[in-house]
Design a binder for this molecule. Sequence first.
Ligand code: CP
Ligand code: NVA
Length: 340
Amino acid sequence: MSTKAVVEQAVPVHQDPDILAAAQRMAGEDLCSISDLSASEVRAILKLGHDIKRNPREYGHALDAKQMVLMFEKTSLRTRLAFETGINTMGGNAIFVDQTNQPLGERETLADVARNLERWVDVIVLRTYAHDTITGMAANSRVPVINALSDFEHPCQALADFMALEEHFGSVAGLNFVYVGDGNNVAHSLMLAGAQLGVNVTVATPRGYSPEIEIVTEAREMAAANGGEIRLMQDPHAAAENADAIYTDVCVSMGMEHESTKRAPIFRPFQVNEALMAKAKPNAVFMHCLPARRNEEVTDAVMDSPQSIVFDQAENRLHAQKALLLLLLDGLKNVKAFNS
Ligand code: CP
Ligand code: NVA
């Protein structure tokens, strides 16, 4: 399914009220959670992301000489490379620190690490186990901190995912978005971002694996304000009925490997296969944050089908993260259209 709608931009990006307000409010701030963003700011990141994707050269010097450090306690392909190529293609530089063998805060306190980093770099990007490591760094650092995945949330993923859905469907408000699988970090950020965008989000998980109640409560409040709905279910086939998009993730996230044997039979009925996709609308898309465990949570037939937009999602990690960096690092003032 390669048809992509052109995402309509009602006014030029440099006159867009969502983008102009976001540029003012977000400069110097952190992104620990999707709930750090208003509905207008989520829209702003997506609109800016689409423009960066269309006109990357316009942003080629927006972050000249800016320094980014990435400190990752877990492995990464997409998030790391999207941030590194993202800042490099806007004139900045990335420094990667592998923390997979030494959790942050072990060698010296998190606060002391923060007080060092802020003297050298302009932005700190963290991938951690504990979400508190991200909020702790943010509380102690004068430069922006970005959550590149914690056990609790994966905000950069959700932003790119809704960009991909906008490309596919033209707009996302009112879409029936169905997440099937573990109520994990990715599910949490999708619920919050979907709620801010007026999407109807259904999350189908095995009993005992539902999303955290605080996320459900917050997402329901946001959904009520934006015209969407958040539903929790335990039957993946009932959830998939009438879906515009079916999304899944691994059933064993990084750090949960010790539960693999226990989880495998529990999650088997939640596999996204052709029978499950057949319950959705005929033009529904399949989504996955990747990496996928092929023929576990999703079959090859679905992953490689024309309905699959998984690589569009991966591509948009770059553009959404560039948009986020521009807003947090006040980079739009260096972009000609915004400055004239
Ligand atoms: N989806 C995602 O975050 O991929 P990586 O773990 O490869 O960064
Ligand atoms: N839920 C997965 C997402 C990986 C991008 C994990 O945390 O491992």
